[in-house]
Design a binder for this molecule. Structure first.
Ligand SMILES: *Cc1c(COP(=O)(O)O)cnc(C)c1O
Length: 407
């Protein structure tokens, strides 16, 4: 089969919807179009049945004790807002202190920032050069006023996995709840909310081969019974925690995606891990090329690589018609900012700008990886050939000692 271009290696941003998921959703747009909250006729019952089944599939994937612990939302961002703001409201009498990390997704960081303005105290744990938090820092930050510790399971830029079992245990010692943004973990690596003692967990369908615009918040119902204050008022859907007519086709697709992940995750992870390693081993054969993030505690799906002396955006221009990836720069309104995650690891702006995130998924093939290796290698070599900095490096000139003329 001929290789289709461009090759998609940006599965951390979103995954394609599995065709089996689309097939499961289709009847819920037409035949079973009812409102799951309509109790008086078969249209409503059919929709509700679809939602109930999806809830069970999702509960099973994460080993929730009851399907009632799954609250449907519009995505991980909303789940995170509901969880953090909902806990801050509900547990205000116990305290106002929340602990999280520097390398969380913006959904977490911006929600915390908004709570800071309302008087909450937020501790942002630093990470080491490999993206891992230090558990001693967590121990030092915890206090009886801590109501919530929120640490992501898998980082979306570098794939690093934090020791969440240990973190949950420490949080519980102080009577704080433990929450995790598991958006890059659920459906890709094993997540067991009971074994891991997770109290709240946000995740989303579109990062696990389901549709966009539907997510979930796991809210533990026993030991302890966790409560969050609703952030959207309305008809009292989702046990009063999230009002609004349910996205029935989306939820049915989310459920099907969860079922497929439960059945295929182990095989997918093994196969994709091998492809990721192949990509990484080939690209790090290039000089002055570094893998970002801890390589032991990492998901098999992501590789974040810095190509020193090469500007990431330029590199992407070199191949971006053929390969879809993300760079270590984030477009803000004013400028191209270096990634705050890579900065938190201690990379300087230049190296952060030289970084590319490759993220693989269920539909990534070996042929695509081979193509990417050839294309990236060619582009890096070409850019370095044109770079005066690279030439200086080859001549052994330490660029840090050079005094640049003022301009
Ligand atoms: C994609 C992502 C989110 C946001 O999920 P949405 O469903 O798009 O709102 C949050 N956290 C992480 C780690 C993500 O990768």
């Amino acid at each position: 089969m001929e290789l289709q271009l461009p090759v998609y290696l940006d599965n951390s941003a979103t995954t394609p919807t599995d065709p089996r998921v689309v097939a499961a959703m289709l009847p819920y747009f037409t035949t079973h179009f009812g409102n799951a909250a309509s109790r008086n006729h078969s249209f409503g019952w059919a929709a509700e049945e679809g939602v109930d089944y999806a809830r069970e599939q999702i509960a099973q994937l994460i080993n929730a004790q009851s399907e009632k612990e799954i609250i449907f939302t519009s995505g991980a961002t909303e789940s995170i807002n509901l969880a953090i703001k909902g806990v801050a409201d509900m547990y205000a009498r116990k305290g106002n202190h929340i602990i999280t990390t520097r390398t969380e997704h913006k959904a977490i960081l911006d929600t915390c920032k908004s709570l800071e303005k309302k008087g909450c105290q937020i501790t942002y744990l630093e990470v080491d050069g490999e993206g891992m938090i230090n558990l001693d820092d967590l121990a030092a930050a915890l206090s009886p006023k801590t109501i919530l510790v929120s640490v992501m399971a898998v980082n979306n830029e570098i794939g690093v996995m934090q020791p969440i079992v240990e973190i949950a245990r420490m949080a519980h010692e102080y009577g704080a709840l433990f929450m995790t943004d598991a958006t890059q973990a659920v459906g890709k690596v094993p997540v067991d909310v009971q074994a891991m003692n997770i109290d709240l967990m946000a995740f989303t369908a579109h990062k696990m081969y389901g549709p966009k615009g539907v997510g979930a918040l796991y809210v533990r119902r026993k030991n302890p019974r966790v409560k969050v204050t609703a952030q959207t008022d309305g008809g009292g859907h989702e046990r009063g925690m999230r009002s609004g007519t349910l996205n029935v086709p989306g939820i049915v697709g989310f459920g099907k995606a969860a079922e497929l992940c439960r059945l295929e995750m182990a095989e997918d992870a093994t196969r994709i891990g091998k492809l990721r390693d192949k990509l990484e081993n080939a690209l790090t054969k290039l000089d002055e090329t570094y893998v970002n993030g801890n390589r032991q505690h990492r998901t098999p799906y992501i590789s974040n690589i810095s190509f020193k002396y090469v500007e990431g955006e330029g590199l992407m221009m070199g191949f971006n018609k053929n390969i879809a990836v993300s760079s270590g720069s984030a477009c803000t309104s004013a400028s191209l900012e270096p990634s705050y995650v890579l900065k938190a690891l201690g990379l300087d702006d230049e190296l952060a700008h030289s970084s590319i995130r490759f993220s693989l998924g269920r539909f990534t093939t070996e042929e695509q990886v081979d193509f990417a290796i050839a294309e990236v290698t060619k582009a890096v070599n070409k850019m370095r050939d044109m770079s005066p900095l690279w030439e200086m490096h080859l001549e052994g000139i330490d660029l840090k000692t050079i005094e640049w003329a003022a301009h």
